[in-house]
Write a protein that binds this ligand. Structure first.
Ligand code: SF4
Length: 345
């Protein structure tokens, strides 16, 4: 992907880049970068000498995606690390992400009866060949037996997998990423021009059980964004949307109508304004810090540690700059102190 960057520090031995110059930089698949179509370098050099140029006037952080907004909502400090400071970091291969990609790929091709054209990625960084085979088996089994999936297949209308959508500064559809305030990918769009029926589906892997998914439903913001786009880009007045949990054959459905669009647009404009006006990017300390990619930068907790060994006590302790052993403000620590003092006597 090629993006525009601003030069923030003079580049060694290259006099043509001066501070505040806008330069195009391409990120390569192997993690290296090409500056201005000519200089191959690594991410440390890019981080030191350039920062991403604002995409739209008045919107420093555009384009927004659903996950970008969610990152800020979960922890503004994480947003700052991920999208502003961007420290060089080692990307850890994720079996969960690779599983999701594999599932999505298979369903994308199967839904339009082109499974024979699906090509397995050459290498997985986190999954073994055996893992990949198991996941492919699960995906094919889901495609053949899931009542929800088979219902989706019978819906009338043009089926478009991986529909990219762009919304401009007033949240109306625009054509290109350059004009976009919001960008998204709809896993599956089905639109029947004749009846005006519009369906939007997002495949989800994960989730503990169908019961848990029903009890604690995921916020539907992502589907709301897609509904805003479908209403305005297609003229759809009644939009059925759903998260489809492929491992649990569960569908969480939400319907949006023309009358909902105005308030939805206001909701996302407010969200984006809150992010754009954030000056502090506060930390939101919680157990989730254990799984955060920036815990080393943010809290000094070694990124290579197994997140399951990191307790909330430890997170709070390091955040306050006090060693874990000196803290005694939690039930667990108080209990441990009691046991220790008994053991000594
Ligand atoms: S470690 Fe915690 S507080 Fe720091 S950025 Fe990550 S989630 Fe936020």
């Amino acid at each position: 992907m090629i993006r525009k960057y601003i030069c923030i520090a003079e580049y060694p031995n290259v006099s043509k880049f001066t501070i505040n110059d806008i330069i195009e930089i391409e990120k390569l698949d192997d993690g290296d970068y090409i500056i201005d179509g000519a200089i191959k370098t690594n991410r440390d050099m890019v981080y030191k000498h350039f920062k991403i140029a604002p995409h739209l006037p008045n919107f420093t952080f555009a384009p927004f995606s659903h996950s970008k907004m969610e990152t800020w909502a979960s922890c503004p400090k994480k947003f700052e690390w991920n999208y502003i400071i961007k420290p060089p970091r080692i990307e850890m291969p994720s079996p969960i992400l690779e599983k999701g990609t594999l599932f999505h790929g298979i369903l994308e091709f199967d839904m339009v009866d082109k499974l024979d054209q699906f090509e397995l990625p050459d290498t997985f960084k986190a999954l073994t060949k055996k893992d990949a085979e198991t996941i492919i088996g699960q995906a094919l089994d889901f495609a053949e037996t899931s009542a929800n999936y088979l219902w989706i297949k019978t819906l009338r209308g043009v089926k478009i997998p991986e529909q990219e959508m762009f919304l401009g500064p007033d949240l109306t559809p625009v054509e290109t990423l350059d004009e976009a305030l919001v960008r998204g990918f709809i896993d599956l769009l089905i639109y029947d021009e004749e009846s005006g029926a519009c369906y939007i589906f997002d495949w989800k892997t994960g989730g503990k059980s169908k019961e848990d998914l029903k009890k604690w439903p995921k916020p539907k913001d992502q589907l709301e964004l897609y509904a805003i786009w479908a209403n305005q880009a297609l003229g759809a007045k009644y939009i059925e949307t759903a998260f489809v949990y492929v491992e649990h054959d569960h569908m969480a459905k939400y319907v949006f109508e023309e009358k909902d669009i105005k308030s939805l647009k206001k909701k996302f404009k407010d969200k984006i304004n809150n992010i754009e006006n954030d000056k502090k990017f506060d930390k939101n300390l919680s157990q989730l810090c254990a799984w955060c990619d920036f815990k080393q930068n943010c809290l000094g907790i070694d990124n290579t540690r197994d997140p399951r060994t990191i307790t909330k006590d430890e997170i709070m302790s390091v955040a306050k700059g006090t060693p874990k052993e000196n803290k005694s403000n939690s039930k667990n620590t108080a209990f441990l102190d009691k046991i220790r003092s008994k053991a000594k006597s």
